[in-house]
Design a protein around this ligand. Structure first.
Ligand code: ADP
Length: 262
């Protein structure tokens, strides 16, 4: 009888630490997401929580791959891969045949081009500026006294869009404050914020060239207002998954399976 192989992927991001445990490289056994918060405990909490949920010990995990911004400081890892590699593997598993992947996380946005066979072909990245990233949406949500989780459902109530013409976080913040002072409905301001972030992300996509089918991953893909704004801006349907934030961790766990199974 074949022995099951359990592998763990850890995506240590700037905003959240994500862990996934897979059985035989495909079957999701457990996952965890812990916000990075102010301290350094997020990665350890995500790691302990995923093992606990899976009912497994470290000794039962064949291999651990770390990825993400903090991958080199995650001492449990056997292997380390770049976020681009992890997201490419994860996206090819979530969305077979996908050619363009738009990954928007806490502090950066990346656009990946995959080959027909799901291999990373090319990429463009914005990691210099908060515009169009999760951080941009967090700053705007805070001014409106909303959580990022609420942005999608508030956007659905918009009657029109409060044009937020600036994509720069600092200037957009002043625009939002003046819209509030004018009494513009919150939902219309949220729609405007999503459209501003979408303009920024779409310009990154155009630098790469949009090839369909396309998908959106990363924590920001949980915001349906942001997905709709980007679909309107790009005039293209974007595939998403409720597991979008786990894409990098999933790809890392698949990487470990491939390496452990050689
Ligand atoms: P990183 O890998 O950089 O840590 P993630 O891909 O984990 O980033 O995404 C984090 C971002 O996702 C946060 O900045 C937040 O704006 C957004 N986010 C997380 N959960 C949700 C949610 N439920 N609804 C909307 N946005 C979310």
């Amino acid at each position: 009888m074949a022995i099951d192989i359990y592998t763990l992927g850890a995506d240590i991001g700037s905003a959240a630490s994500k862990c996934v445990i897979l059985k035989n490289g495909t079957e999701l056994i457990a996952c965890s997401i812990e916000s990075s918060g102010a301290g350094t405990g997020g990665p350890a909490r995500a790691y302990e929580s995923v093992l606990k949920k899976a009912g497994l010990t470290r000794d039962e995990i064949a291999s651990i791959t770390a990825t993400g911004y903090g991958r080199n400081s995650f001492s449990e890892a056997d292997l380390v891969i770049s976020e681009l590699s992890a997201h490419a593997i994860g996206a090819a598993s979530f969305f077979p045949g996908v050619r363009t992947v738009i990954d928007i996380g806490g502090q950066d946005a990346k656009v990946l081009r995959l080959t027909e066979n799901g291999k990373l072909d090319n990429f463009v990245m914005n990691d210099k500026c908060a515009a169009g990233t999760g951080r941009f949406l967090e700053v705007m949500a805070k001014i409106l006294e909303l959580s990022v989780e609420e942005l999608g459902s508030v956007d659905e109530k918009a009657q029109s869009s409060a044009g937020i013409s600036s994509t720069c976080t600092v200037f957009a913040e002043s625009e939002v404050i003046s819209q509030l002072a004018k009494g513009t409905p919150i939902a219309d301001i949220v729609r405007g914020i999503h459209e501003s972030a979408a303009v920024r992300s779409a310009s990154l996509v155009r630098r790469m060239g949009l090839m369909e089918p396309a998908a959106m991953t990363g924590g920001v893909a949980l915001n349906k207002g942001m997905i709709s704004a980007l679909e309107r801006e790009l005039k293209c349907k974007l595939a998403t998954s409720p597991m979008s934030q786990l894409c990098g961790a999933y790809g890392a766990a698949v990487n470990s399976f491939r390496k452990a199974n050689i």
